[in-house]
Design a binder for this molecule. Structure first.
Ligand SMILES: [Zn+2]
Length: 503
Protein backbone atom coordinates (compact mmCIF):
# COMPACT_ATOMS: atom_id res chain seq x y z
CA UNK A 1 0.00 0.00 0.00
CA UNK A 2 1.28 3.39 -0.98
CA UNK A 3 1.06 5.74 1.99
CA UNK A 4 1.09 9.45 1.28
CA UNK A 5 1.02 12.33 3.75
CA UNK A 6 1.14 16.08 3.43
CA UNK A 7 4.47 17.34 4.71
CA UNK A 8 4.48 20.90 6.08
CA UNK A 9 8.25 21.02 5.50
CA UNK A 10 7.93 20.68 1.73
CA UNK A 11 4.30 21.81 1.29
CA UNK A 12 3.70 18.65 -0.67
CA UNK A 13 1.92 15.35 -0.37
CA UNK A 14 4.77 12.85 -0.31
CA UNK A 15 5.19 9.11 -0.21
CA UNK A 16 5.83 7.99 3.36
CA UNK A 17 8.59 5.61 4.18
CA UNK A 18 10.31 5.38 7.57
CA UNK A 19 14.09 5.55 8.00
CA UNK A 20 14.14 1.96 9.27
CA UNK A 21 11.84 -0.31 7.25
CA UNK A 22 8.85 -1.45 9.28
CA UNK A 23 9.50 0.92 12.19
CA UNK A 24 8.10 4.38 12.73
CA UNK A 25 9.44 6.85 15.29
CA UNK A 26 6.93 9.55 15.92
CA UNK A 27 6.90 12.51 18.29
CA UNK A 28 3.96 14.71 19.21
CA UNK A 29 4.08 17.92 21.21
CA UNK A 30 1.99 17.18 24.26
CA UNK A 31 0.10 19.30 26.76
CA UNK A 32 1.35 22.09 28.96
CA UNK A 33 0.00 21.05 32.33
CA UNK A 34 -1.19 24.39 33.64
CA UNK A 35 -4.88 23.67 33.12
CA UNK A 36 -7.35 21.01 31.98
CA UNK A 37 -6.96 20.10 28.31
CA UNK A 38 -9.66 21.50 26.04
CA UNK A 39 -11.28 19.87 23.03
CA UNK A 40 -8.99 21.80 20.67
CA UNK A 41 -5.91 20.29 22.34
CA UNK A 42 -7.44 16.84 22.04
CA UNK A 43 -8.30 17.33 18.39
CA UNK A 44 -4.54 17.60 17.81
CA UNK A 45 -3.63 14.74 20.19
CA UNK A 46 -6.24 12.42 18.69
CA UNK A 47 -5.10 13.27 15.16
CA UNK A 48 -1.68 11.91 16.21
CA UNK A 49 -3.40 8.88 17.73
CA UNK A 50 -5.33 8.21 14.52
CA UNK A 51 -2.11 8.49 12.52
CA UNK A 52 -0.31 6.11 14.86
CA UNK A 53 -3.14 3.58 14.86
CA UNK A 54 -3.39 3.71 11.07
CA UNK A 55 0.35 3.03 10.72
CA UNK A 56 0.06 0.15 13.18
CA UNK A 57 -2.89 -1.28 11.29
CA UNK A 58 -0.80 -1.03 8.12
CA UNK A 59 1.82 -3.25 9.69
CA UNK A 60 4.33 -0.78 11.14
CA UNK A 61 5.82 -1.04 14.57
CA UNK A 62 5.22 2.48 15.88
CA UNK A 63 7.04 4.14 18.77
CA UNK A 64 4.98 7.18 19.70
CA UNK A 65 6.17 9.74 22.22
CA UNK A 66 4.18 12.66 23.60
CA UNK A 67 5.80 14.97 26.12
CA UNK A 68 4.47 16.76 29.15
CA UNK A 69 5.52 20.39 29.46
CA UNK A 70 5.63 20.81 33.22
CA UNK A 71 8.33 23.47 33.46
CA UNK A 72 6.84 26.79 34.51
CA UNK A 73 7.10 28.79 31.32
CA UNK A 74 6.08 32.34 30.76
CA UNK A 75 2.75 33.50 29.38
CA UNK A 76 4.57 35.15 26.46
CA UNK A 77 6.60 32.07 25.68
CA UNK A 78 5.19 31.78 22.19
CA UNK A 79 7.55 34.65 21.43
CA UNK A 80 10.23 32.55 23.11
CA UNK A 81 11.63 35.41 25.13
CA UNK A 82 10.67 34.38 28.61
CA UNK A 83 8.57 37.50 29.13
CA UNK A 84 5.25 37.82 30.88
CA UNK A 85 4.00 35.99 33.91
CA UNK A 86 4.92 32.47 34.89
CA UNK A 87 2.23 30.12 33.62
CA UNK A 88 2.55 27.88 36.63
CA UNK A 89 1.88 30.88 38.86
CA UNK A 90 -1.21 31.70 36.81
CA UNK A 91 -2.25 28.06 37.14
CA UNK A 92 -1.78 28.15 40.92
CA UNK A 93 -3.95 31.25 41.18
CA UNK A 94 -6.66 29.70 39.03
CA UNK A 95 -6.45 26.45 40.94
CA UNK A 96 -7.22 28.33 44.16
CA UNK A 97 -10.26 29.87 42.49
CA UNK A 98 -11.31 26.48 41.12
CA UNK A 99 -11.00 24.96 44.59
CA UNK A 100 -13.27 27.65 45.96
CA UNK A 101 -15.85 27.12 43.24
CA UNK A 102 -15.72 23.35 43.61
CA UNK A 103 -14.36 22.71 40.08
CA UNK A 104 -11.34 21.09 41.68
CA UNK A 105 -12.21 18.58 44.38
CA UNK A 106 -11.06 19.25 47.94
CA UNK A 107 -7.72 17.72 48.80
CA UNK A 108 -6.77 17.20 45.13
CA UNK A 109 -3.87 19.60 45.44
CA UNK A 110 -2.64 20.07 48.96
CA UNK A 111 -0.58 23.14 48.26
CA UNK A 112 -1.49 25.14 45.15
CA UNK A 113 1.65 27.26 45.71
CA UNK A 114 3.85 24.25 44.97
CA UNK A 115 4.30 24.25 41.17
CA UNK A 116 5.18 20.54 41.17
CA UNK A 117 1.86 19.68 42.77
CA UNK A 118 -0.03 21.88 40.32
CA UNK A 119 1.76 20.27 37.37
CA UNK A 120 1.21 16.78 38.77
CA UNK A 121 -2.48 17.45 39.26
CA UNK A 122 -3.06 18.66 35.69
CA UNK A 123 -0.84 15.93 34.25
CA UNK A 124 -2.94 13.26 35.97
CA UNK A 125 -6.06 14.96 34.63
CA UNK A 126 -4.61 14.90 31.11
CA UNK A 127 -3.71 11.21 31.40
CA UNK A 128 -7.22 10.42 32.64
CA UNK A 129 -8.81 12.36 29.79
CA UNK A 130 -6.45 10.73 27.32
CA UNK A 131 -7.20 7.21 28.52
CA UNK A 132 -10.93 7.92 28.51
CA UNK A 133 -10.71 9.05 24.88
CA UNK A 134 -8.59 6.10 23.74
CA UNK A 135 -5.37 8.09 23.27
CA UNK A 136 -3.02 5.11 23.21
CA UNK A 137 0.10 6.97 24.25
CA UNK A 138 -1.61 8.04 27.49
CA UNK A 139 -1.64 4.34 28.45
CA UNK A 140 2.13 4.28 27.98
CA UNK A 141 2.95 6.74 30.75
CA UNK A 142 5.71 7.22 31.84
CA UNK A 143 7.77 5.30 29.23
CA UNK A 144 6.43 7.18 26.21
CA UNK A 145 5.20 10.26 28.02
CA UNK A 146 8.30 12.05 29.33
CA UNK A 147 8.10 15.02 31.66
CA UNK A 148 10.27 18.01 30.78
CA UNK A 149 11.37 18.49 34.40
CA UNK A 150 13.05 15.06 34.26
CA UNK A 151 15.21 15.97 31.24
CA UNK A 152 16.87 19.17 32.47
CA UNK A 153 20.39 17.61 32.42
CA UNK A 154 19.97 16.46 28.83
CA UNK A 155 18.69 19.91 27.86
CA UNK A 156 21.75 21.51 29.42
CA UNK A 157 23.99 19.09 27.52
CA UNK A 158 22.33 20.06 24.26
CA UNK A 159 22.70 23.76 25.08
CA UNK A 160 26.42 23.23 25.79
CA UNK A 161 26.81 21.46 22.46
CA UNK A 162 25.04 24.33 20.70
CA UNK A 163 27.40 26.85 22.33
CA UNK A 164 30.44 24.72 21.34
CA UNK A 165 29.21 24.52 17.77
CA UNK A 166 28.63 28.28 17.74
CA UNK A 167 24.91 28.03 17.29
CA UNK A 168 24.31 29.61 20.68
CA UNK A 169 25.79 32.41 22.79
CA UNK A 170 25.39 34.00 26.18
CA UNK A 171 23.93 37.49 25.84
CA UNK A 172 24.87 40.49 27.99
CA UNK A 173 21.78 39.78 30.04
CA UNK A 174 23.18 36.32 30.91
CA UNK A 175 20.52 34.54 28.87
CA UNK A 176 21.65 31.79 26.50
CA UNK A 177 20.27 32.50 23.03
CA UNK A 178 20.18 30.48 19.85
CA UNK A 179 21.66 32.42 16.97
CA UNK A 180 19.25 32.05 14.04
CA UNK A 181 21.86 33.48 11.66
CA UNK A 182 24.06 30.46 12.42
CA UNK A 183 21.45 28.20 10.85
CA UNK A 184 20.78 29.11 7.21
CA UNK A 185 17.68 26.92 7.04
CA UNK A 186 15.89 28.86 9.79
CA UNK A 187 12.45 29.69 8.41
CA UNK A 188 12.21 26.71 6.07
CA UNK A 189 9.29 25.08 7.88
CA UNK A 190 7.17 28.19 8.40
CA UNK A 191 8.13 30.02 5.22
CA UNK A 192 9.82 32.85 7.13
CA UNK A 193 13.01 34.61 6.15
CA UNK A 194 15.47 36.18 8.56
CA UNK A 195 14.99 39.57 6.89
CA UNK A 196 11.24 39.42 7.27
CA UNK A 197 11.66 38.35 10.88
CA UNK A 198 14.09 41.20 11.47
CA UNK A 199 11.46 43.78 10.63
CA UNK A 200 9.10 42.06 13.01
CA UNK A 201 6.86 40.25 10.54
CA UNK A 202 3.33 39.78 11.79
CA UNK A 203 4.12 41.64 15.00
CA UNK A 204 5.58 38.46 16.45
CA UNK A 205 8.84 40.06 17.44
CA UNK A 206 9.05 42.94 19.81
CA UNK A 207 11.93 45.19 18.70
CA UNK A 208 12.05 47.03 22.01
CA UNK A 209 13.48 44.10 23.92
CA UNK A 210 16.18 42.94 21.55
CA UNK A 211 19.20 44.73 22.98
CA UNK A 212 21.00 41.57 24.08
CA UNK A 213 20.28 39.54 20.99
CA UNK A 214 22.36 39.46 17.83
CA UNK A 215 19.22 39.02 15.72
CA UNK A 216 15.67 39.84 16.85
CA UNK A 217 14.56 36.28 16.06
CA UNK A 218 17.21 34.71 18.31
CA UNK A 219 15.41 32.71 20.94
CA UNK A 220 16.09 31.70 24.49
CA UNK A 221 17.64 28.35 25.44
CA UNK A 222 18.34 29.04 29.11
CA UNK A 223 17.26 31.88 31.33
CA UNK A 224 19.07 32.46 34.61
CA UNK A 225 16.44 33.57 37.11
CA UNK A 226 16.89 32.98 40.81
CA UNK A 227 13.34 34.02 41.54
CA UNK A 228 11.70 31.69 39.05
CA UNK A 229 9.08 29.33 40.46
CA UNK A 230 10.98 26.29 39.12
CA UNK A 231 14.73 26.57 38.77
CA UNK A 232 17.78 24.36 38.31
CA UNK A 233 21.54 24.93 38.63
CA UNK A 234 23.39 25.30 35.36
CA UNK A 235 26.71 26.55 33.97
CA UNK A 236 24.81 29.74 33.09
CA UNK A 237 23.34 30.28 36.54
CA UNK A 238 20.31 28.89 38.32
CA UNK A 239 17.30 29.24 36.08
CA UNK A 240 15.12 27.35 33.64
CA UNK A 241 15.21 26.10 30.03
CA UNK A 242 13.42 27.59 27.04
CA UNK A 243 10.31 25.85 25.92
CA UNK A 244 11.59 24.74 22.50
CA UNK A 245 14.69 22.94 23.80
CA UNK A 246 12.45 20.54 25.75
CA UNK A 247 11.04 18.91 22.64
CA UNK A 248 14.36 18.68 20.79
CA UNK A 249 15.87 16.92 23.80
CA UNK A 250 13.03 14.59 24.77
CA UNK A 251 12.23 13.47 21.23
CA UNK A 252 15.79 12.38 20.50
CA UNK A 253 16.38 10.94 23.99
CA UNK A 254 13.22 8.88 24.32
CA UNK A 255 13.03 7.73 20.70
CA UNK A 256 16.81 7.10 20.67
CA UNK A 257 17.29 8.65 17.27
CA UNK A 258 18.58 11.87 15.72
CA UNK A 259 16.09 11.76 12.85
CA UNK A 260 12.37 11.29 13.55
CA UNK A 261 10.06 9.81 10.95
CA UNK A 262 7.12 12.00 11.89
CA UNK A 263 6.69 15.03 14.13
CA UNK A 264 3.15 16.23 14.79
CA UNK A 265 1.49 19.15 16.53
CA UNK A 266 -1.20 21.76 16.19
CA UNK A 267 -0.78 24.30 13.39
CA UNK A 268 -0.14 27.03 15.98
CA UNK A 269 3.16 25.29 16.81
CA UNK A 270 4.70 25.61 13.34
CA UNK A 271 6.22 28.96 14.25
CA UNK A 272 8.17 29.57 16.31
CA UNK A 273 8.10 26.28 18.25
CA UNK A 274 8.78 23.73 15.51
CA UNK A 275 11.01 26.06 13.54
CA UNK A 276 13.15 26.40 16.67
CA UNK A 277 13.12 22.66 17.34
CA UNK A 278 14.61 22.07 13.88
CA UNK A 279 17.29 24.73 14.38
CA UNK A 280 18.30 23.31 17.78
CA UNK A 281 18.24 19.64 16.80
CA UNK A 282 20.08 20.06 13.51
CA UNK A 283 22.46 22.53 15.14
CA UNK A 284 23.34 19.99 17.83
CA UNK A 285 23.58 16.90 15.60
CA UNK A 286 24.99 18.49 12.46
CA UNK A 287 22.34 16.63 10.42
CA UNK A 288 20.34 18.56 7.88
CA UNK A 289 17.12 16.85 8.83
CA UNK A 290 15.41 16.53 12.20
CA UNK A 291 12.03 15.07 11.22
CA UNK A 292 11.25 13.71 7.77
CA UNK A 293 7.54 14.46 8.00
CA UNK A 294 6.03 17.41 9.80
CA UNK A 295 2.29 16.99 10.14
CA UNK A 296 0.02 19.63 11.65
CA UNK A 297 -3.62 19.58 12.65
CA UNK A 298 -5.66 22.71 12.01
CA UNK A 299 -7.62 24.58 14.64
CA UNK A 300 -10.87 23.30 15.99
CA UNK A 301 -13.83 25.63 15.65
CA UNK A 302 -16.82 25.47 17.96
CA UNK A 303 -20.16 26.01 16.23
CA UNK A 304 -18.25 27.74 13.42
CA UNK A 305 -16.30 30.09 15.66
CA UNK A 306 -12.84 30.19 17.09
CA UNK A 307 -12.87 28.78 20.60
CA UNK A 308 -12.11 31.37 23.25
CA UNK A 309 -12.80 31.87 26.91
CA UNK A 310 -14.27 35.26 26.11
CA UNK A 311 -16.94 34.00 23.71
CA UNK A 312 -18.01 31.34 26.19
CA UNK A 313 -17.44 28.46 23.77
CA UNK A 314 -14.33 27.20 25.50
CA UNK A 315 -14.82 23.57 26.51
CA UNK A 316 -12.54 21.24 28.37
CA UNK A 317 -12.85 17.53 27.68
CA UNK A 318 -14.37 17.24 31.16
CA UNK A 319 -17.03 19.86 30.39
CA UNK A 320 -18.15 17.81 27.39
CA UNK A 321 -18.04 14.35 28.98
CA UNK A 322 -19.82 15.42 32.15
CA UNK A 323 -22.57 17.18 30.23
CA UNK A 324 -21.66 20.60 31.59
CA UNK A 325 -21.25 21.88 28.05
CA UNK A 326 -24.38 20.54 26.37
CA UNK A 327 -26.66 19.57 29.27
CA UNK A 328 -26.29 15.83 28.75
CA UNK A 329 -23.30 13.57 29.45
CA UNK A 330 -21.39 12.47 26.37
CA UNK A 331 -19.77 9.05 26.12
CA UNK A 332 -15.98 9.32 25.58
CA UNK A 333 -16.27 7.20 22.42
CA UNK A 334 -18.64 9.79 20.96
CA UNK A 335 -16.27 12.66 21.68
CA UNK A 336 -13.38 10.64 20.28
CA UNK A 337 -15.18 9.94 17.03
CA UNK A 338 -16.33 13.54 16.77
CA UNK A 339 -12.75 14.80 17.13
CA UNK A 340 -11.19 12.37 14.63
CA UNK A 341 -13.83 12.25 11.91
CA UNK A 342 -12.93 15.38 9.98
CA UNK A 343 -9.74 15.75 8.00
CA UNK A 344 -6.82 16.99 10.05
CA UNK A 345 -5.95 19.67 7.52
CA UNK A 346 -9.49 21.07 7.47
CA UNK A 347 -10.91 23.18 10.28
CA UNK A 348 -12.87 20.73 12.34
CA UNK A 349 -16.15 22.26 13.42
CA UNK A 350 -17.34 21.02 16.77
CA UNK A 351 -21.13 21.21 16.93
CA UNK A 352 -24.02 19.73 18.87
CA UNK A 353 -25.32 18.33 15.58
CA UNK A 354 -21.95 16.68 14.93
CA UNK A 355 -22.00 15.09 18.37
CA UNK A 356 -25.46 13.67 17.67
CA UNK A 357 -24.24 12.19 14.37
CA UNK A 358 -21.21 10.70 16.08
CA UNK A 359 -23.43 9.30 18.83
CA UNK A 360 -25.50 7.54 16.16
CA UNK A 361 -22.42 6.01 14.57
CA UNK A 362 -21.08 4.92 17.96
CA UNK A 363 -24.44 3.34 18.78
CA UNK A 364 -24.46 1.46 15.46
CA UNK A 365 -20.91 0.20 15.95
CA UNK A 366 -21.68 -0.85 19.50
CA UNK A 367 -24.94 -2.63 18.66
CA UNK A 368 -23.34 -4.45 15.76
CA UNK A 369 -20.32 -5.33 17.89
CA UNK A 370 -22.54 -6.75 20.63
CA UNK A 371 -24.61 -8.77 18.17
CA UNK A 372 -21.61 -10.15 16.27
CA UNK A 373 -19.70 -10.98 19.42
CA UNK A 374 -22.68 -12.90 20.81
CA UNK A 375 -23.33 -14.71 17.52
CA UNK A 376 -19.75 -15.90 17.13
CA UNK A 377 -19.41 -16.55 20.84
CA UNK A 378 -16.58 -14.00 21.07
CA UNK A 379 -14.48 -15.99 18.59
CA UNK A 380 -13.67 -13.63 15.72
CA UNK A 381 -12.36 -15.19 12.50
CA UNK A 382 -8.70 -14.54 11.78
CA UNK A 383 -9.11 -12.34 8.75
CA UNK A 384 -6.26 -10.77 6.80
CA UNK A 385 -6.10 -7.49 8.67
CA UNK A 386 -4.72 -5.49 5.78
CA UNK A 387 -6.08 -7.36 2.80
CA UNK A 388 -9.69 -8.16 3.67
CA UNK A 389 -11.67 -6.12 1.07
CA UNK A 390 -13.53 -3.97 3.63
CA UNK A 391 -10.47 -3.30 5.77
CA UNK A 392 -8.43 -2.61 2.64
CA UNK A 393 -10.91 0.04 1.44
CA UNK A 394 -10.75 1.63 4.87
CA UNK A 395 -6.94 1.61 5.11
CA UNK A 396 -6.48 2.75 1.51
CA UNK A 397 -8.62 5.81 2.20
CA UNK A 398 -6.46 6.61 5.22
CA UNK A 399 -3.29 5.97 3.22
CA UNK A 400 -4.32 8.98 1.15
CA UNK A 401 -3.18 11.63 3.64
CA UNK A 402 -5.57 10.28 6.29
CA UNK A 403 -8.73 10.81 4.29
CA UNK A 404 -10.95 9.97 7.20
CA UNK A 405 -14.29 10.90 5.63
CA UNK A 406 -13.61 8.46 2.79
CA UNK A 407 -12.59 5.85 5.37
CA UNK A 408 -15.83 6.45 7.29
CA UNK A 409 -17.76 5.65 4.10
CA UNK A 410 -16.19 2.19 4.19
CA UNK A 411 -17.21 1.91 7.86
CA UNK A 412 -20.81 2.92 7.15
CA UNK A 413 -21.02 0.50 4.21
CA UNK A 414 -19.86 -2.25 6.56
CA UNK A 415 -22.36 -1.23 9.26
CA UNK A 416 -25.18 -1.42 6.71
CA UNK A 417 -24.21 -4.84 5.38
CA UNK A 418 -21.73 -6.64 7.60
CA UNK A 419 -22.23 -9.95 5.77
CA UNK A 420 -23.62 -13.32 6.86
CA UNK A 421 -20.64 -14.80 8.65
CA UNK A 422 -20.66 -13.35 12.17
CA UNK A 423 -17.14 -14.55 13.03
CA UNK A 424 -15.70 -12.97 9.90
CA UNK A 425 -17.69 -9.76 10.37
CA UNK A 426 -16.56 -9.53 13.98
CA UNK A 427 -12.96 -9.93 12.81
CA UNK A 428 -13.51 -7.05 10.38
CA UNK A 429 -15.09 -4.90 13.07
CA UNK A 430 -12.11 -5.46 15.36
CA UNK A 431 -9.68 -4.62 12.56
CA UNK A 432 -11.50 -1.37 11.76
CA UNK A 433 -11.73 -0.56 15.42
CA UNK A 434 -8.00 -0.88 15.91
CA UNK A 435 -7.93 2.51 14.16
CA UNK A 436 -11.32 3.94 15.16
CA UNK A 437 -11.02 3.03 18.83
CA UNK A 438 -14.79 3.16 19.38
CA UNK A 439 -15.77 -0.42 20.21
CA UNK A 440 -12.77 -0.70 22.50
CA UNK A 441 -14.32 2.10 24.58
CA UNK A 442 -17.92 0.90 24.45
CA UNK A 443 -17.66 -2.89 24.59
CA UNK A 444 -18.51 -4.36 27.97
CA UNK A 445 -15.15 -6.14 28.13
CA UNK A 446 -13.21 -2.93 28.30
CA UNK A 447 -15.82 -1.41 30.59
CA UNK A 448 -15.32 -4.25 33.07
CA UNK A 449 -12.35 -2.59 34.73
CA UNK A 450 -13.93 0.82 34.48
CA UNK A 451 -14.87 1.89 38.00
CA UNK A 452 -17.92 3.70 36.67
CA UNK A 453 -19.42 0.48 35.34
CA UNK A 454 -18.91 -1.07 38.79
CA UNK A 455 -20.85 1.83 40.24
CA UNK A 456 -23.60 1.22 37.67
CA UNK A 457 -23.74 -2.51 38.45
CA UNK A 458 -23.89 -1.72 42.16
CA UNK A 459 -26.71 0.76 41.70
CA UNK A 460 -28.68 -1.81 39.66
CA UNK A 461 -28.31 -4.34 42.46
CA UNK A 462 -29.39 -1.72 44.99
CA UNK A 463 -32.49 -0.93 42.92
CA UNK A 464 -33.42 -4.63 42.90
CA UNK A 465 -32.90 -4.92 46.65
CA UNK A 466 -34.96 -1.81 47.30
CA UNK A 467 -37.75 -3.09 45.05
CA UNK A 468 -37.76 -6.42 46.85
CA UNK A 469 -38.06 -4.56 50.14
CA UNK A 470 -40.80 -2.41 48.55
CA UNK A 471 -38.75 0.71 49.33
CA UNK A 472 -39.73 2.46 46.13
CA UNK A 473 -38.36 5.84 47.08
CA UNK A 474 -34.89 4.33 47.58
CA UNK A 475 -35.22 2.48 44.25
CA UNK A 476 -36.18 5.76 42.61
CA UNK A 477 -33.23 7.64 44.02
CA UNK A 478 -30.78 4.95 42.82
CA UNK A 479 -32.44 5.06 39.41
CA UNK A 480 -32.12 8.83 39.37
CA UNK A 481 -28.40 8.54 40.15
CA UNK A 482 -27.89 6.17 37.20
CA UNK A 483 -29.74 8.52 34.87
CA UNK A 484 -27.51 11.36 36.06
CA UNK A 485 -24.49 9.20 35.19
CA UNK A 486 -25.84 8.93 31.65
CA UNK A 487 -27.42 5.49 31.81
CA UNK A 488 -30.67 4.20 30.45
CA UNK A 489 -32.29 2.05 33.13
CA UNK A 490 -34.60 -0.88 32.54
CA UNK A 491 -36.26 -2.91 35.26
CA UNK A 492 -38.07 -6.18 34.53
CA UNK A 493 -38.99 -9.40 36.32
CA UNK A 494 -35.39 -10.58 35.78
CA UNK A 495 -33.94 -7.52 37.47
CA UNK A 496 -32.55 -4.12 36.60
CA UNK A 497 -30.04 -3.35 33.87
CA UNK A 498 -28.37 -0.13 32.84
CA UNK A 499 -26.85 0.78 29.48
CA UNK A 500 -24.77 3.81 28.81
CA UNK A 501 -26.44 6.28 26.47
CA UNK A 502 -24.30 7.70 23.70
CA UNK A 503 -25.67 11.21 23.56
ZN1 LIG B 1 7.06 20.61 21.20
Amino acid sequence: MDIRFYNTLTNEVERFEPVTPGQVKMYSCGPTVYDFAHVGNFRSFLFADLLRRFLEASGYDVSHVMNITDVGHMTDDAAADGLGEDKMQVAARRLKEDKKSGKVEDGAVENPDDPYQVAEYFMRAFLEDGRALGLKVAREFPDRVPKATEYIDEMQKMISTLIEREHAYVGDDGVVYYSVESFPKYGQLSGNTLDALRVGAGGRIDESDQSCKRHPADFMLWKPDRKHIMKWDSPWGAGYPGWHIECSTMSMQVLKTEVLDIHTGGEDLIFPHHECEIAQSCGATGNDLFARFWMHARFLLVEGEKMSKRSGNFFTVRDILSGKASGAPVHPAVLRLELIKSHYRAHSNFTTKGLTDSANTVRRITELGQRLRDECDDKPAEIDRTDHPIVRDFLEALANDLNVSEAMKAVHAFLSSPGQDAAEAYGVLLALDHVLGVWELTSVDSAADDPESDIAANLCAMIDEARKARDFSAADSHRQRLIELGYEVRSSAEGTSATKKFA
